[in-house]
Design a protein. Structure first.
Length: 165
């Protein structure tokens, strides 16, 4: 049986487990542009998992990447490397993945706007650790660290993140 992570404003469900989650400050909907704060509606695969090895040790079948202080993600539509991992320092706008806070201790890259990449259509849509139940994201989906570890440990090759309003 294929397991999908169902996400809505009411929370997330995966493999019979209901979990609180955070979504973008713009709500769930059709993304309009970079920085709109909207969590995109749709069905998405997880491509890889990035993590801070000094803080967390995920167990999952997805490709794993250890986050270092030189890791970032381009969110500048003018950048030829838009919506891709980059090395710091970087001349264009970007997100730093190695942070003081917990939100990027563990993140899974969703395949939103990844193939093909459309500049300005939205970047860095991740499934990541939240800053708290009532704290919205910039457009990502965020779960508690324990829930995210559990989801990734049970993730299957054909599992998807299904986001609905």
């Amino acid at each position: 049986m294929t397991l999908h992570l169902q996400v809505s404003p009411a929370g997330a469900w995966f493999n019979g487990r209901k979990m609180p989650c955070s979504v973008g400050f713009g709500g769930i909907g059709e993304k309009q542009a970079e920085g709109d704060g909207i969590t995109p509606i749709g069905e998405f695969a997880l491509q890889s998992v990035w993590y801070r090895s000094d803080r967390i040790a995920p167990k999952c079948a997805l490709p794993l990447h250890q986050i270092t202080p030189l890791d970032g993600w381009s969110d500048d539509p003018r950048d030829p490397d838009y919506n891709q991992p980059i090395r710091l320092p970087h001349a264009f706008g970007h997100e730093v993945l190695y942070r003081d806070g917990p939100e990027y201790d563990l993140l899974a890259v969703m395949d939103y706007n990844r193939t093909p990449i459309r500049p300005g259509a939205g970047s860095a849509v991740f499934l990541h650790v939240w800053r708290g139940a009532a704290r919205p994201t910039a457009g990502c989906i965020a779960l508690s660290s324990d829930d995210l570890l559990w989801v990734l440990a049970h993730w299957q090759a054909d599992s998807r993140v299904v986001v609905q309003p």
